[in-house]
Design a protein around this ligand. Structure first.
Ligand SMILES: Cc1ncc(COP(=O)(O)O)c(C=O)c1O
Length: 442
């Protein structure tokens, strides 16, 4: 069959007729057009007419080094000529071994083994199952509950939704989901007037302590997004909360699961967010940026203590979980190329300089009378806009497109989470044009 060349309108019509798009009320596309993307290069996405959009959200927080990065492309082409896939049960391959070894070197000390999944939600499922199974293997069958922070987000599968606190994603499936408790979020936007982010974090940690004191005998694990709760509107909090959470989880015999699916791989300024609290969680979850935004891959790193609790003669004590594409060689190779770029380009240092530059030029946004809570952690910026428009997010998105910006506000929270290769010129463009959009929306 000869492949047809697409145009914007042709592709839109075909997509609406054949594709069920994620996280979307499809009827809204009667009025709100889909965005056809023909190609990507660096921070830019292009449609079929050559119109471009700056990917300020890194395509759902996955892209680190730009679209069609030549170094990741080359690694994948090389890998395609060697091995595209082999099952990981009973077999192994070079990329998965190398990646596991390198992550063990880089991650907080003690996370000795990597278990592989595909998307972020599968990593959440794996960690929850592993945690409860660990307690069962240790002779404790009562620990089957989990806790998470208020407004937490850990994915959309049923187990992941049981530790996700977003009513819109969850309510329709209430009858299918195990109900787990939440504890107060240290999101500093909720601090009292005059209360520091650190004091507020400690106040919330006290609430965690009381909850653990009362319920620890039933709780397998506390799952947390370290430093930034992304889907809560880029809620940021002080690292001292993590430190205290680690102490309390250890004291009460509860696992700490650090969901670094969105915040890992340098997003918060350190390779792993947990480093900023100097802690080792019992489980560390990675996905999204681990492949530079190229291919689905997720990883559950666990401590040696967890690993050894499954190491036995009986099959049923093992972790009998799998996905067909577990540890896919192409995805692992993309991850290795991503780690190479971190090394070769001293990315964390370069990002510090970029973040300083961005904070300087974003001062007009920070000081804008309609902007509240301007905040930054690593390569993430967010702020709320005082707006009379109930449909602010939609209007901002549409105006953004007119300004060549792909902005996806959450409610009235605007955030930037750009690929790390964004240049100073592109950052300036982002600030100036966002200011224009905000002015138009007042
Ligand atoms: C913190 C966190 N955990 C889990 C997930 C789920 O990842 P995925 O969408 O790849 O299933 C996300 C996705 O945004 C996330 O931000």
């Amino acid at each position: 069959m000869i492949q047809r060349m697409s145009s914007n309108t042709d592709l839109l019509a075909r997509s609406l007729s054949a594709v069920w798009h994620p996280c979307t009320q499809m009827k809204r596309h009667e009025t709100l057009p889909l965005l056809p993307i023909a190609r990507g290069a660096g921070v830019w996405l292009y449609d079929f007419d050559g119109k471009r959009y700056l990917d300020t959200v890194s395509s759902w927080w996955v892209n680190l080094f730009g679209h069609c990065n030549p170094r990741i492309n080359a690694a994948l082409v090389d890998q395609l000529g060697k091995l595209e896939h082999v099952m990981l049960a009973g077999f192994t391959h070079e990329p998965v071994v190398q990646l596991s070894e390198r992550l063990r070197e880089l991650a907080p000390a003690g996370l000795g083994h990597c278990f592989y999944g595909s998307d972020g939600a599968s990593a959440t499922e794996i960690a929850l199952k592993m945690s409860a199974h660990y307690w069962r293997n240790s002779g404790n069958t009562r620990k089957t509950e989990f806790i998470s922070l208020k407004n937490s987000y850990h994915g959309e599968t049923l187990g992941a939704l049981s530790v996700t606190d977003v009513a819109l994603f969850k309510d329709a499936y209430g009858a299918l989901i195990k109900q787990n408790a939440t504890v107060p979020s240290p999101d500093w936007r909720d601090a009292d007037a005059g209360e520091s982010a650190e004091d507020f974090a400690q106040r919330c940690a006290k609430a965690l302590e009381i909850h653990l004191q009362q319920h620890h005998d039933l709780i397998a694990a506390f799952i947390i997004e370290p430093l930034i709760q992304g889907a809560a509107g880029m809620a940021m909090y002080h690292p001292s909360y993590l430190k205290r959470a680690r102490e309390l989880c250890s004291r009460y015999g509860v696992h700490l699961i650090a969901d670094e699916i969105a915040v890992g791989m340098g997003r918060t300024g350190t390779l792993f967010a947990c480093e900023q609290a100097d802690i080792t969680p019992d489980f560390l979850l990675l996905s999204k940026g681990i492949t530079g935004g190229y291919l689905p891959l997720s990883i559950v790193m666990s401590t040696d203590d967890i690993y050894m609790a499954f190491y036995a003669d009986e099959t049923a004590r093992g972790f009998l979980h799998s996905h067909s594409y577990t540890g896919n060689p192409l995805a692992c190779r993309a991850a290795l190329a991503t780690l190479d770029i971190f090394d070769q380009d001293d990315v964390l240092k370069a990002n510090r300089t970029k973040a300083e530059f961005f904070n300087r030029i974003a001062q007009p946004l920070h000081d804008h009378p309609k902007v509240r809570n301007f905040r930054n952690t690593g390569m993430v910026w967010a702020f709320e806009v005082n707006t009379p428009h109930g449909d602010f997010a939609q209007r901002c998105f549409s105006l953004g497109l007119q300004q060549e910006l792909l902005l996806r506000p959450m409610g009235n929270t605007v955030y930037f989470m750009p690929p790390y290769i964004i240049t100073e010129e592109e950052m300036q463009m982002l600030v100036t044009r966002t200011l224009t959009i905000i002015e138009k929306l007042l």
